[in-house]
Design a protein around this ligand. Structure first.
Ligand code: ATP
Length: 253
């Protein structure tokens, strides 16, 4: 078997007395859509933050494409192709949809864009931004003010902003949150399509979406991995059903 694209070993993070992630090991091969599920407070967002570099692990190791990135700052992780989806709170609502994606391209490029190169950077920023918008079906909304988009379109815009950095792997934190049934279905189609080109780690509470999309699933409870496996194994796992899935499936009808 080839080496995993993302190799998480024995990762841990404490916040004071709270153990947010505890000895987490997950190996994600290239091309896999790996879902991370678990009850509220299980440590899913903390793990995504550790992987994107917005917080550093207390211990353990993260390797991406064979390179140790455990201490690599966030900007550099994005450069080597590990992209976290932006959150709605980071959108500039007064700017156009295209400008938001162009800013994400600029953030990724970092200081290689200087203001005295403004004319060149205009097209350098906007071309990949338009391509990313087209990828998520928002090409027709490029010139709209971001505030005018629906919640579902904001979610797609976040995805476009992550894609604009031309990543190899996407870290997606609850892309379905707050979406209605139609918008969720659109997002599932989008992720199914993206799955053909990207390795994806998906944190999601929508179990229907998770079981429809995931190649493998890891279940986190109190910061610890209690199971990793293909959907059928996870569904049949008694410990998982007791800790999470029974409740989640009941809640989702
Ligand atoms: N910055 C922080 N300071 C202190 N405690 C934190 C911090 N971030 C997370 N925690 C705690 O760490 C634990 C894991 O939280 P985390 O947000 O990672 O869980 P989660 O699985 O993403 O939950 P949810 O599904 O509700 O988003 C929780 O007990 C949380 O209260």
């Amino acid at each position: 078997m080839s080496a995993p694209l993302l190799d998480i070993s024995h990762l841990a993070k404490r916040f004071g007395g709270i153990v947010a992630t505890d000895d987490v090991s997950i190996a994600i091969p290239q091309g896999e859509l790996h879902a991370l599920i678990g009850p509220n407070g299980a440590g899913k967002t903390t793990l995504i933050a550790q992987l994107s570099g917005s917080i550093f692990a207390d211990s353990g190791r993260i390797a991406f494409d064979g390179e140790d990135i455990t201490r690599l700052p966030m900007q550099k992780r994005s450069h080597i192709g590990l992209a976290r989806s932006f959150q709605i709170t980071s959108l500039f609502l007064d700017l156009s949809v295209l400008d938001n994606v162009a800013l994400a391209v600029q953030a990724h490029a970092g200081h290689s864009f200087h203001f005295w190169h403004a004319a060149r950077s205009e097209s350098d920023l906007r071309k990949p931004a338009r391509e990313a918008l087209a990828r998520v079906g928002l090409a027709g909304s490029a010139d709209r003010v971001t505030a005018a988009l629906s919640h579902g379109e904001h979610r797609l815009l976040e995805l476009a902003m992550a894609l604009a950095s031309k990543p190899r792997m996407l870290l997606l934190d609850e892309p379905m949150a707050g979406l209605g049934p139609e918008e969720s279905a659109r997002m599932v189609d989008m992720l199914r399509d993206l799955k053909r080109n990207y390795t994806i780690l998906l944190v999601e509470h929508d179990m229907e979406a998770v079981f429809a999309l995931a190649d493998r699933i890891t279940v986190l409870v109190y910061g610890r991995v209690i199971a990793t496996g293909v959907p059928a194994e996870i569904r049949a796992n008694t410990q998982v059903r007791e800790a999470y899935l029974g409740d989640a499936e009941a809640a989702h009808g």
